[in-house]
Design a protein around this ligand. Structure first.
Ligand code: NAP
Length: 180
């Protein structure tokens, strides 16, 4: 896989920052029936703004959903253990480690975009967490993992709302706590 030529800012693969980006409800729901349980345009715009110049790394189900929402980023790595799965956009990796190696080749910030298992596996290795917290308990079947021990330091928080929800855009930095 070669480097993309879309941007001039390519950094050393070893230095690529790894950021998790997610939105979850008070009860940590991220999804229901394979889709987002909410429609918050400001959050979708935030996701696109943050991630558009980086490399996306996401699970196969998440990719299926995002594809419908016009996944336009040319740097997409989809995790799947199915050797017969060929994503129409981007590349398949069969493990998080393989996905990270492929993503580093692009020399861009790596964005971990879900779903549940991908987030859980990434907590140990990500540098920071961008989490939109929706101030509501919402029904769902897919959850964001407990993150507080890994990301105890909040570096910024910006509130937002629409006619349906109050929410806030949090950025958390990795802590140096020893994890048991
Ligand atoms: N609120 C948010 O910020 C947010 C973000 C992302 C997703 N979501 C929601 O979450 C739901 C989708 O998440 P999900 O957890 O159900 O599914 P997912 O993580 O998107 O996809 C699961 C699939 O990804 C592959 N996979 C996961 N971990 C892997 C690994 N370590 N190595 C290789 N392959 C791996 C497997 O694919 P194969 O079965 O092909 O092997 C697995 O079945 C949807 O409802 C979506 O809307 C919400």
């Amino acid at each position: 896989m070669g480097h993309t030529s879309l941007s001039t800012t390519v950094i050393s693969p070893q230095l690529c920052r790894i950021s998790i980006i997610a939105a979850c409800s008070r009860n940590r729901v991220i999804g229901r029936d394979g889709r987002l349980p909410w429609d918050i345009p400001e959050d979708w715009g935030y996701f696109l703004d943050q991630t558009s110049s980086g490399t996306l790394l996401l699970g196969r189900r998440c990719y299926e959903e995002m594809r419908e929402r016009h996944l336009k980023n040319p740097r997409v790595i989809v995790l799947s253990r199915d050797p017969n799965f060929y994503p129409a956009f981007g590349h398949r990796a069969c493990s998080l480690n393989e996905g990270l190696s492929m993503a580093r080749e692009f020399g861009k910030e790596i964005w971990i975009c879900g779903g549940e298992n991908v987030y859980t596996e990434s907590l140990d290795i990500a540098d920071r967490l961008l989490l939109t917290l929706i101030d509501e308990d919402i029904d769902g079947d897919t959850f964001f993992p407990y993150w507080h021990k890994h990301f105890p330091e909040e570096s910024s928080c910006r509130p937002g709302c629409d006619e349906n929800y109050h929410y806030a855009f949090h950025v958390f930095e990795r802590g140096n706590l020893s994890l048991n």
